[in-house]
Ligand binder design. Structure first.
Ligand code: ANZ
Length: 880
């Protein structure tokens, strides 16, 4: 027996893989491929966290498993390195963002290597590398040439005090995150990408992907396709001093037209000013000004109190010529539909709340629900609706839409929530646009030969006081000449948003060093699509949608061969941190949970909850105790955060237990996609499991050692070269079958449990066959690759276990010869019998009769019927 020392083993094998380029791959036409991709990290200053480790371990297991099963596996890694934090750091310190970025990348890379991930590091990419962003710029030019990139005036978050435009995440409650200065919305010239032109394809093609439902649904919801109708309401000239105008609304419920009791214009609607009665102008204007400071999110939240003002004008409902009041309210957004609605309080909850508040009529037109309480949005029969009465909702929609079209008062329409993508930032640390603006007013694309257009050196990284990016101040970079015409021009000074580089990085991995083209076509054809993409749920909508959009454009111009980039996507669940708490009374007495619960409500209100970090807990056996007092602490699982002191640093865990234990622990925590709490004491358990495997296979070689401390490890004398038979053979094949199936299905926790059970079984044997041990170690190798390599070499193999073949199993050998079967009488279990798996009914019935207990119940009864499901159940139906 010798000790399992992960730290020595792990660095040794990491160096081996690096020196031998064990995981380097090339496209091999004819060999089946598997492309397994991680969401590459933003190299932040705080290093890798356990959430990264979770997803990256999962993909690494898959990569190693697929390799062992004969696939040519592409498993690359890189850096999504443009972004705000490095820029903010540069503003504060004056250091070029690339310097800090390189430092952070070095940390991340060291950490990833210390985890033994089987990346092909020769394919490493970095989005801030000019050799990479040359092609980001190239793709932008393709979008531009297809008319999918255009310039528009769009409101941005402008902070006058800081003299800069802020990203949404830098604005908190209408104030700048830094300094707390007021932020206003101000229109600025921006690049937009016309993703809305791809809305239908982005929606329809979701159907063919192997994505979790919640993810596809989030994308569907974001695209937000609504079918309905636009309807024109004439503004009543009598109420507006003879004005001749129409208000066009978008509704998904034209069937409820007879129930419209008022209309609403969004505060930004161009008609607001024109139709508002003089007497109401001041009030309406004040309302509109106030609305301008709110974000769309604040305005559209369902729960919030609805507000509005009456314009004094009326509209005429086209179906019944009824005059209804026109209001202005900020729950109607200018950016959706037509920016105006017909309000149907009986059947729309927002309108219901508004009408209740302002005492506007509520008229039911669909039967059902209780509209005294709330709006009814379900199906039903039309009532109070003239010629529509008696129809169903669907029939009424169709009939009224046809009528509106025939009368020229409306038309069927489709609306999308999806908006074009605001694709520029007024920042330094991003890809420069390959665009120039000529003196004569023309905007021109740079010729492709001039790419990459590099970021110039600047003195200061602070945005210029006008809100433009710091690039605008670098005269010798900004001023240029159009190569074709010789006309003087200024370069575009906006830069691309951080999303840009991550929209296509999975394609660059295929051919990362290619200087002539973004990737070679044959490589793309071989490797694409990505077979498995694992990452955090925070990217479920935007990143995946943007990348799909670019991919479809690339497909349309013929440079990629698949319509979709990511065949299968999996979101790993969040790992929560552990904290511990107790309660303190005003007089200083401390209480545990039971003690606090036992108090009256009043007493509880005056208690102080004290939360302490794992490091401060005193452990008594397995119970977390107060550091001084004799009370057991209550455990809490929360998002990891510095302020709670519950952040687990992977480096610390590796230091204490080794990377194999960390990998195994994170996979053993629970199903990959679930949220799981980190148990500070849990790593120990999997570490013990690895030590057990070690001790099963390895013992100390005392032949040349003077004492045990110097002994080299050698193969245990219980491991022998014989063919496994009997139970060993059956357990082996069962284990291979289960581990293979669970791993394939990404059920890593159950695969590990199966290996644990097998190790327990092997411990019971006097001698263990080499075949059992070798199979076990190969199965372990995707999960805990370092210890597997070490044991593999102790088993006498020269080649790396990372190149070994996954063991086969024979299903027939996994079947049990006999089963325990429940015997029921009239549906009640009265005993169990052991019978051969494939026993016929007569044999089983005879065995049941032979069982004393069962026989007692059957004694003297008349058996009317026997139900027998081989291997499962035997039921006697008797009559008394
Ligand atoms: C009348 C009506 C009656 C409506 C009813 C709903 C229920 P989705 O499904 O999200 O597309 N709407 C239209 N434009 C709006 C805007 N700019 N801001 C806020 N709300 C707007 O929702 C479409 C429905 O949302 C439309 O159908 C309209 O209200 C409202 F029983 O018209 B409905």
């Amino acid at each position: 027996m010798t000790d399992y020392r992960p730290n020595q083993i792990e660095s040794k094998w990491q160096a081996y893989w690096e020196n031998n380029e064990t995981f380097r791959v090339e496209a091999q036409p004819g060999k089946p491929k598997y492309y397994v991709l991680d969401m590459f990290p933003y190299p932040s200053g705080s290093g890798l966290h356990v959430g990264h480790v979770e997803g990256y371990t999962a993909t690494d297991i898959v990569a190693r498993f697929k390799r062992a099963r004969g696939f040519n596996v592409l498993h690359p890694m890189g850096w999504d390195a443009f972004g705000l934090p490095a820029e903010q750091y540069a503003i504060q310190t004056g250091t070029h963002p690339s310097v800090k970025t390189a430092e952070n990348i070095a940390t991340f890379k060291r950490q990833l290597k210390a985890l033994g991930f089987s990346y092909d590091w020769s394919r490493e990419i970095n989005t801030t590398d000019p050799g990479y962003y040359k092609w980001t710029q190239w793709i932008f030019l393709q979008l531009y040439k297809k008319g999918l990139a255009y310039v528009a005036e769009v409101p941005v978050n402008w902070c006058p005090a800081l003299g800069t435009v802020l990203a949404n995440e830098e604005v908190i409650d209408g104030k700048s995150e830094r300094g707390g200065h007021p932020v206003v919305r101000k229109p600025m010239r921006q690049w937009m990408l016309a993703i809305t032109k791809y809305a239908d394809r982005l929606l329809d093609d979701l159907d063919d992907l192997n994505w979790p439902d919640h993810l596809s649904d989030m994308q569907r919801h974001w695209i937000g396709k609504s079918r309905g109708a636009e309807v024109d309401f004439k503004v009543d000239p009598d109420s507006t001093g003879g004005l001749d105008a129409n208000v066009r609304v978008f509704t998904t419920r034209p069937d409820t037209l007879f129930g419209a009791t008022y209309m609403v214009l969004s505060p930004e609607h161009p008609l607001v000013d024109t139709i508002t009665a003089d007497a109401r102008k001041a009030e309406v204007q004040a309302y509109c000004t106030a609305a301008a400071t709110k974000s769309e999110l604040e305005r559209s939240e369902l729960q919030k109190d609805k507000t509005g003002v009456f314009t004094g004008a009326y509209a005429i409902n086209p179906v019944n010529d009824e005059k209804i009041p026109i209001w202005v309210a900020d729950y109607v957004l200018i950016s959706y539909g037509t920016g105006a609605i017909m309000a149907v309080p009986a059947h729309d909850q927002r309108d219901f709340e508004f009408a209740t508040k302002y005492d506007i009529a509520i008229r039911q037109v669909i039967s059902g629900g209780d509209i005294a309480e709330e709006a009814y949005s379900g199906d039903g029969e039309l009532v109070n609706s003239g010629q529509l009465n008696g129809l169903s909702v669907a029939e009424a929609k169709e009939k009224i839409t046809a009528w509106l079209e025939a009368e020229g008062k409306g038309a069927a329409t489709i609306n999308y929530k999806l908006r074009d993508w605001l694709f520029s930032r007024q920042r330094y640390w991003g890809e420069p646009f390959p665009i120039i603006h000529r003196e004569d007013g023309e905007t021109v694309a740079l010729p492709e030969e001039q790419l990459p257009l590099r970021l110039p050196e600047v003195e200061a990284y602070h945005p210029s006081g006008t809100g433009e990016s710091p690039l605008a101040t670098i005269e010798d970079w900004v001023n240029t000449v159009d190569a074709d015409t010789g006309i003087a021009a200024r370069r575009e000074t906006n830069t691309m948003p951080q999303w840009a580089g991550s929209c296509w990085y999975y394609l660059r991995y295929l051919d990362p060093k290619n200087d002539e083209e973004p990737w070679a076509q044959d490589k793309e054809k071989y490797w694409m699509p990505v077979d498995l993409y694992v990452g955090g749920a925070e990217h479920a909508v935007l990143h995946l949608l943007y990348a799909r959009f670019w991919h479809k454009v690339l497909y349309d111009i013929g440079v990629v061969s698949t319509k979709e980039p990511f065949e299968r996507v999996v979101n790993q669940g969040m790992i929560l941190g552990r904290t511990y708490r107790y309660w303190e009374k005003a007089d200083g007495t401390v209480l545990d949970k039971a003690g606090a619960d036992a108090l009256s409500d009043d007493e509880q209100d005056s208690l102080k909850e004290v939360v302490i970090a794992p490091a401060d807990v005193r452990w008594a056996d397995d119970a977390p105790m107060h550091p001084e007092h004799d009370i057991v602490l209550d455990q809490l699982s929360e998002k990891m955060s510095k302020s709670r002191g519950n952040v687990v640093n992977p480096d610390d865990v590796i230091q204490e237990y080794g990377a194999d234990s960390l990998r195994l622990y994170e996979m053993f925590l629970g199903p990959l996609e679930q949220t799981k709490p980190w148990d500070p004491r849990g790593v120990n358990g999997v570490h013990r499991f690895l030590s057990r495997i070690w001790r099963l296979v390895v013992e100390k070689d005392m032949s040349e050692a003077e004492d045990a401390a110097q002994a080299e490890p050698k193969l245990s004398s219980h491991i022998l070269d014989f063919e496994p038979t009997g139970d060993e053979l059956k357990e082996l094949h069962k284990t291979i079958m289960q581990v293979s199936e669970h791993t394939e299905a990404l059920r890593f926790n159950t695969a590990i449990a199966q290996m644990m059970a097998f190790v327990n079984f092997l411990y019971k044997l006097d001698d263990v066959s080499r075949q059992s041990v070798e199979s076990l170690v190969i199965m372990l190798s995707p999960f805990a690759p370092h210890i597997a390599e070490e044991i593999w070499s102790i088993l006498g193999h020269d080649a790396s276990i990372s190149l070994a073949e996954w063991p086969d199993y024979d299903e027939s050998l996994t079947r049990e010869d006999s089963v325990e079967m429940a015997v029921q009488i009239m549906g009640k279990v009265r005993g169990t019998i052991e019978v051969p798996v494939d026993a016929d009914q007569d044999t089983v019935v005879a065995a049941a009769h032979a069982d004393e207990n069962i026989a007692r119940y059957l004694d003297g009864q008349q058996i009317r019927k026997i139900i027998y499901v081989p291997g499962r159940i035997l039921n006697f139906v008797i009559s008394k």
